[in-house]
Design a protein around this ligand. Structure first.
Ligand SMILES: O=c1ccn([C@H]2C[C@H](O)[C@@H](COP(=O)(O)O)O2)c(=O)[nH]1
Length: 402
């Protein structure tokens, strides 16, 4: 049975939630101990935080939209000239544990293997290309993905379905079922039904994703709203050769960081970060938020004379959360982030063994960033600003006919 997704969620300036917001325990932020938390709650009541007269709102991407958006963004790495598919695997704590797109097997050159759709079997892509779902499973960043959900653009074929079932995934959420009458899809359904793996279609309420590298912002483009959004240039595609305009790695990881930021409830600035290992696997992602399980008791404001009523003492930064959310070793990894890390995050980056920081925006001239740079230099953590070639990336959700 198909399920509708929620509209984007809104949060008010003081952190109050609008109807339908996820409970705080659903947040993938790092955990805090319950006992230390209760004393904090008392403290917060004592300083009577909570209501402010401010009415600013910030849009937050819904979990399901977020995971499917990740799948669409990942698809932008595919070299397949005709169909770019993406998939992402999510565990019960709502952490992304695997991402993949359709491509040739490791070591099989994208330039040498065929991308043709028609011709003698051995000369078409079909015998060689690995599907997005299979790649997401093989790219997993933890040992066990049982009871996870896979978000995928296409309903999985029978081969991927076998891999999904054998890896213990318990739910498949897909957008497009254009292949539903093909024998491969029918076989998939038979296997999923027999093995009690749930599957459902996500009906899109959005047309695409507009990633603005200049501002470090992401806009969800709803259906019917797309006219104001710059459309990708249409060029003649040669679908016998590898796709040329695939998103470069640095731009891709920064785009992921921008999308991750869209989960942040911070009304002032939504920030995101991701950590990438040598194999180019994303091992951790994070956004700025209050400590996990803090039940929205902490303020988002920044303007109170009483420092205990401001967010600064409580907010966990995106970089810290990405490190704490990592499922694999972060030693030797790269960290991609929208803004240059503050001195506190710099300490966490250095202590965790991260070796390179790639930031989208220029570091502001403030002591916290100067201190971070001094420490990075001393610790031999390299850092560089990366400005993607294109200022905007439009991720088109209608690229695959629904
Ligand atoms: O579930 C699926 C089904 C297909 N793919 C990949 C395999 C190919 O690279 C393309 C399909 O190419 P067409 O030109 O549309 O036949 O999509 C996948 O990753 N997952």
């Amino acid at each position: 049975m198909a399920e509708m997704i929620d509209d984007s969620l809104m949060v008010t300036m003081n952190g109050d939630l609008c109807p339908g917001e996820m409970k705080e325990e659903d947040s993938p932020q790092h955990e805090v101990k319950e006992d230390s938390q209760s004393s904090l709650i008392q403290l917060m009541s004592a300083v009577s935080i909570g209501k402010t007269s401010e009415t600013n709102v910030m849009s937050i991407i819904d979990w399901e939209e977020y995971f499917m958006s990740i799948a669409y963004l990942v698809a932008n790495r595919s070299k397949d000239p005709s169909t770019q598919v993406g998939a992402c695997i999510v565990n019960q704590r709502k952490r992304i544990v695997g991402q993949g797109y359709n491509g040739m097997p490791r070591g099989c050159s994208d330039d040498e293997f065929p991308w043709k759709k028609v011709g003698p079997d051995l000369e078409t892509k079909y015998f060689y290309v690995c599907h997005a779902e299979m790649n997401a499973i093989f790219n997993k960043n933890c040992d066990d993905i049982s009871n996870c959900t896979i978000y995928t653009i296409l309903f999985p074929c029978n081969q991927c379905t076998k891999t999904i079932i054998q890896s213990g995934i318990s739910e498949v959420v897909y957008m497009c079922d254009k292949n539903k009458d093909k024998v491969e899809a029918i076989a998939s359904m038979k296997m999923l039904d027999a093995c009690n793996v749930r599957y459902r279609q996500l009906r899109p309420s959005w047309a695409g994703l507009n990633i603005d590298f200049k501002q470090g912002l992401c806009e969800i483009v709803k259906i019917g709203q797309s006219k104001s959004i710059p459309q990708p240039t249409t060029q003649q595609i040669d679908n016998t050769k590898k796709r040329q305009n695939c998103l470069p790695w640095d731009a891709y990881f920064l785009a992921i960081s921008i999308l991750v930021a869209k989960r942040s409830k911070c009304p002032e600035e939504q920030l995101g970060a991701c950590i990438v290992n040598e194999e180019k696997r994303i091992v951790g992602q994070g956004y700025n938020g209050m400590p996990q399980n803090s039940r929205n008791v902490f303020p988002w404001r920044t303007d109170s004379k009483n420092i205990l009523e401001n967010k600064i003492l409580y907010e966990c930064h995106a970089e810290l959360n990405a490190i704490l959310n990592a499922n694999l070793q972060v030693k030797g990894c790269k960290l991609y982030t929208i803004t240059f890390p503050c001195n506190e995050c710099a300490k966490a980056i250095i202590q965790s063994g991260i070796k390179e920081v790639i930031h989208l925006k220029k570091a502001e001239d403030k002591d916290t960033y100067v201190a971070a740079q001094i420490m990075f230099n001393a610790a031999k953590v390299t850092f560089r600003q990366h400005t993607p070639k294109d200022e905007m990336l439009y991720v088109d959700f209608s690229q695959i006919e629904l």
